[in-house]
Each structure stands twice: as C-alpha cells, then as structure tokens.
Ligand binder design. Structure first.
Ligand code: GAP
Length: 548
C-alpha cells in the first residue's frame, strides 16, 4: 500500500473524529453551517480536559510563593469570566472596529468569495494563449488545482496537460498585483471559466454584529460578539486589582468563546467562525517586561511539549519587524505542522505578544496610533479623539518603590480548538497489532496524553458469564469515583480493545478466569501493548498514581 499523503491522513483524522463522536459539523441535518463545529461525547471530554490542564497549569495550580524556572520573580495569577457582548466603545478603543478586517475579493461569475491573501497563482501558456491561473487551495492541493483549471481553460484532454507551459511557480496574487507584474483582469479566478471575473479587493470587518434590546434599530443599539477574550480582561484590570490582593507582576486568565466572521473558514476546526480562546494578560513593570516576555514564550512552548506534542512538529517563530502590530514590542508564535499543510508549513496554535502599555492606555485615553515612533491618540477631522477612551485611571501605584506607572502587558493567547486539533492530529497513529490468534491486525490508535484522554480506562470482562461481569462492574464503580472510565462487555475482547484504542483510552483492565482464582486483572497499555497482571485491589491506586 502507498504511504498515505498527509491530506489523506487528514481525511482519516476527520473521519475518525466524526465516527467516534469527537467533532461533528454544526447543524448537520440541515446541510451544516460552514465554520461552525460541535463537539460530541468524546470530543467534549477531550476539549474540557485540555482547558482544565491549561487552567490548572496556568492558574489554579500556580504556586505564587515560589519563582518558577526562568521567571524573573514569583507572581500571582487570577481567573476571570466576562461577557461576550461588551460596550461597543471597547472595540473602538481597542482598534478592532477600525482595523480588524481581512481583504476579500468576489468572483462575479461564480459568486464565490475569497480571502485575498489566500489566493495564489501561476502563469500558464498554450499555443500563444496566456493566463494567470488562480487557486484558493493551499499546500499540496494548490498546484494540481491550477493544472486542472488550466486544462479546462485551454480545452485540453487529460493526456495533453504536458503541453501546458508554466512560467514560474505559485506566487501570492496580492504580491503580483502590488508589484504590478499582473492585473486582476488577466487572472482566471479559482471557480471561473474566463479571466477578469475577480473584483478589486475590499475590506471586510471580521466582527459579528448584533443589536441590543427589543426596539433595536439605531446606531446606539449596535453591538459586537467579542473577537477575542482579551479585551474583557483589560475591562476588569482595575476591578481585579481593587478586589483581590494581587500586585504587579500578576496575570489574569480567561477561557471563553470568541467569534470571527472568517471569509473562508477552512481546514476542519482550524479556522472557525466560533471558537474558544485561552488567554492570559500578564501585567508587569515596564523595565521587567522583556524578561517576562521570554519567560511566557518558553513556558507556553514547554506546556505543549509536556502534554505530548511531538517536538519535531512544533515550531517557535519570532515575528520579524514587518509582521509586528504597530504597538507590539515582540511577538512569537507557537506553530504546529498540521497534516493539511504542505511540507515545511506550520499553522499557528498560540501567539505570545509583548503589547507594551498599548491596551491599558487605549482604554484610558482613546484609540492609539503610532506617529513618529510614539503611540498617540488618533484624532478625527474635528481634532477630537477619533474614539474616546474611558477617562478612568488604569495606572498602578507600586507601594514598595513608591512609583506610579501603566503596567506593560505580555499576552499568551491560545486557541482551545486549534490545540485540540493539534493534539488529535499528533495522537493519530495507524499500526499493526496481533489479534487474539496472534495474526497481525491493523489498528487506528489515538496516543493521547493520559491527562487529555476522554476516558482513562475501560473495564472489560473477558466473557459475559462465570461471575466476571459482577467483578468487573464492582471495579468499574470503584474506579469511576476517581476518573472517567467505562464498562464494556459487548463483542470480542479484541474488538473492545480496538474501540478503546480509537477513543485514546490509555489503559484497559480485563477480568478473566484467572481473576476469579487469584484476584488479579490484566492491565493493557494502549501504546506499548504490554499486558501485566495487577492485583485487583491495587488497580485504583495504580491508575490514580499514573495519572498524577
Ligand atoms: N488576543 C490576541 C488574539 O486574539 P490571535 O492570534 O488573533 O490573537 C489567538 O488569536 C489564538 O486564537 C490563535 O493563535 C488561534 O489559536 C486562535 N484562533 C484565532 N482565530 C481563530 C479561528 N478563526 N478559528 C480557530 N481558532 C482561532
């Protein structure tokens, strides 16, 4: 059998996710809704475990009395859960109202809509006719798509595709247009039959809009679903400071839904329109901020590794100066080599940004812009602030040094859905195991870290008689008090192991004839397949210990 391509591997992961109840398309019985996904019984546990790991490791389990390795000092962490809809001024001062947009182009012929920066293409010629063939595909799919398009455009049969002359490789459409090497009038759109059907690019704000109140209508009722959880943290900076005993340096963490009206949601849950974020805003003294930035970048990188993501598939990428937002002092992305991307390409899991004092100042003074290297309040045509800030004092008074300053912010911002997808892709393996008769059988297994696995153990009576189910049910009830586990007596034991392997369950405990005589069970390890006999009375403590 050919080695599966990564795209077919991705297809298998998507199919497993559906088949085993991890992830479903939203509103599927009505044909689905693009960019929206539901988590099924196993998926909801996986995602909840991931969020609980994050919350435990970053907030609940944080020891504020000691200095973690690499940190400039000890620090405190606090949690928050704020609303999805906030005062519209929040988004005006944060910059999202004016700037949170993508460029889109429409196709007049196919009526399809594309993100301008997702389009790429290459020049094709045949018997004197020349066209710039555009694709909206990425990775391995892109080049074959342009071949198909060119073949159709030139009216060639499959065996004639070699007659097409290609001039250079794939280049971003936007770069070619900006450089003046091509015009949209010569571009053959991804779903068009003739060149020149793509419109000029235009801005599209990604915030979902809604209206507040029964008599909604005027501009005053206009509100937005939050496109990030971060702003809610800035809204509550002073509340947390005034009501808890935290002092700088400290972080506020929040997990919650965010919404972006993505032009082209794609790659399963990777780019969704509704998704969850796990964000920390870490407030520190300006002079220490570079050291805290490095601490959080390395801390978050190690978090993914400790939960089992393959080091070789992860990349830490510092942004170049041209990529930084106008307010950012430094940003690093933690990226993963998702199977839907071409070799050497990585997709963002989390960004760690040094945001300086941009956010707190914006919400004090009004929307800021950079002028001559300085952040200043943007003025409207009337000379007044374009978007007025709250006027509230969000500075911090340091009792120890008697200094007052606006804290700097380090922001580790992770996507829960992207992390789930990365852990699913990384855990997915196909291998061969011996069946009950010792013959090789292919299996699909999710090698999830036990902390992430939806079920920690399955308890299986070898047969449904001879008192084995009773012993197994008793063990199941005792274990269930400590961890999610399941009892399964249906089908051959080989099939039951296979079901648990696909669900990512790290351990199976089998009750057999020997259990009835010597009170031991077989403990099967999902990854090594090693089976050991363990006294039934020790099973609960043993698995609890392994989970720790
Ligand atoms: N507050 C900073 C912020 O929101 P971001 O890079 O736009 O930064 C942070 O988003 C993380 O949220 C990303 O690294 C990604 O994991 C996740 N994310 C962003 N847009 C997403 C989308 N459309 N679908 C799924 N996850 C998304």
């Amino acid at each position: 059998m050919d080695k599966p391509t990564d795209q077919s591997r991705m297809d298998r992961i998507v199919s497993l996710a559906k088949r085993r109840g991890f992830i479903f398309q939203s509103s599927e019985i009505y044909g689905g809704l693009n960019g929206f996904w539901d988590y099924g019984p196993l998926g909801v546990s996986l995602k909840r475990n991931l969020k609980e790991c994050w919350w435990h490791d970053m907030v609940a389990g944080h020891d504020e009395l000691s200095t973690p390795p690499g940190a400039p000092s000890s620090y405190e962490m606090a949690g928050l859960d704020c609303t999805i809809i906030m005062h519209p001024q929040v988004w005006k001062c944060s910059g999202h109202f004016d700037l949170f947009h993508d460029w889109l182009v429409d196709c007049r012929e196919s009526k399809r809509r594309y993100r301008y920066d997702h389009l790429q293409g290459r020049w094709a010629a045949h018997r004197g006719k020349r066209v710039f063939v555009v694709t909206d595909q990425s990775g391995e799919e892109a080049a074959p798509h342009t071949v198909q398009k060119a073949q159709k455009f030139f009216g060639l049969r499959a065996k004639q595709v070699d007659e097409i002359e290609w001039d250079g490789g794939l280049v971003p459409l936007a770069a070619g247009v900006a450089a003046g090497t091509l015009a949209l009038t010569t571009a053959l759109g991804p779903d068009a039959s003739e060149p020149g059907t793509l419109t000029d690019p235009r801005e599209f704000n990604l915030m979902f809009e809604t209206r507040i109140g029964a008599l909604a209508g005027g501009d005053d009722d206009r509100a937005f679903l939050r496109p990030e959880t971060a702003q809610g943290i800035f809204m509550n900076f002073k509340n947390v400071l005034d009501t808890s005993r935290v002092s700088v340096p400290f972080g506020i963490a929040q997990i919650g839904k965010s919404f972006r009206n993505e032009i082209t949601p794609r790659n399963f849950t990777f780019r969704s329109r509704e998704f969850e974020q796990m964000e920390i805003e870490f407030f520190c003294k300006p002079a220490d901020s570079a050291a805290w930035y490095r601490y959080w970048r390395d801390r978050r990188w190690n978090w993914y590794l400790n939960l089992g993501l393959t080091a070789g598939k992860l990349q830490l990428r510092e942004h170049g100066a041209d990529e930084l937002s106008h307010y950012s002092v430094g940003t690093a992305d933690i990226e993963y080599a998702f199977p839907f991307l071409a070799d050497g390409e990585f997709g963002e899991l989390e960004g760690i940004a040094h945001r300086g004092d941009f956010d707190l100042r914006s919400h004090m003074e009004g929307k800021l812009v950079r002028r001559d290297g300085q952040l200043v309040v943007e003025l409207g045509p009337d000379g007044k602030p374009r978007h007025r800030g709250s006027g509230k004092d969000l500075s911090y008074f340091d009792d120890a040094t008697r200094e007052r300053y606006v804290p700097h912010v380090i922001e580790p911002s992770a996507g829960a859905d992207r992390a789930v997808l990365a852990f699913l892709c990384d855990a997915y393996h196909e291998d061969e195991v011996p069946d009950e008769d010792g013959k090789p059988r292919s299996r699909t297994v999710l090698k999830l870290h036990p902390r992430l696995a939806p079920l920690k153990a399955a308890i299986l009576p070898l047969v449904k008689k001879d008192g084995m189910p009773e012993v197994a049910i008793d063990l199941y009830r005792r274990l269930k008090a400590h961890m999610p586990c399941m009892y399964d007596e249906k089908g051959s034991v080989g099939r039951r192991y296979a079901r648990q392997d696909e669900a990512g369950t790290p351990w199976c405990l089998t009750i057999d004839g020997q259990t009835l005589t010597d009170k031991t069970v077989t403990l099967r390890d999902r990854d090594t397949l090693v089976q050991t006999r363990v006294p039934i009375e020790e099973c609960v403590d043993l698995l609890r210990e392994r989970l720790r």
